[in-house]
Design a protein around this ligand. Structure first.
Ligand SMILES: [Zn+2]
Length: 110
């Protein structure tokens, strides 16, 4: 079993050749990533809990994040991506800290 995750915001390799991936921080841009579920809606729900943003509607955030173009994601500091594993993958929500270090405000901004 080998997993790999690339940051969708800066392209840095976040994890490579590891048995599993835990939530953490991108070494390239400092974005936090949370989630790690097999479906995007489940990953967003788990990520919102991890970010302390569980007051936000997971379905609305999932819908909004998939509407972001790469340029939108770069500007707003939020993106969703899947990792790579042997025969499946898991989804991760990346959020940059923002001016005030508040991921809830950043996620609310999409
Ligand atoms: Zn990054």
């Amino acid at each position: 079993m080998s997993a790999r995750l690339d940051c969708p915001l800066c392209g840095a390799v976040v994890a490579e050749g590891v048995a599993d991936i835990a939530p953490g921080v991108c070494p390239g841009c400092g974005a936090r990533y949370e989630g790690g579920e097999g479906s995007a809606p489940d990953a967003v729900r788990t990520a919102l809990l991890g970010f302390g943003a569980d007051a936000l509607d997971p379905a609305a955030v999932t819908d909004a994040v998939f509407r972001l173009t790469p340029a939108d994601s770069a500007g707003k500091g939020v993106a969703i991506t899947s990792d790579e594993r042997d025969d499946f993958y898991r989804w991760w929500l990346f959020v940059q800290p923002g001016d005030e270090g508040d991921p809830v405000a950043v996620i609310s901004g999409i």
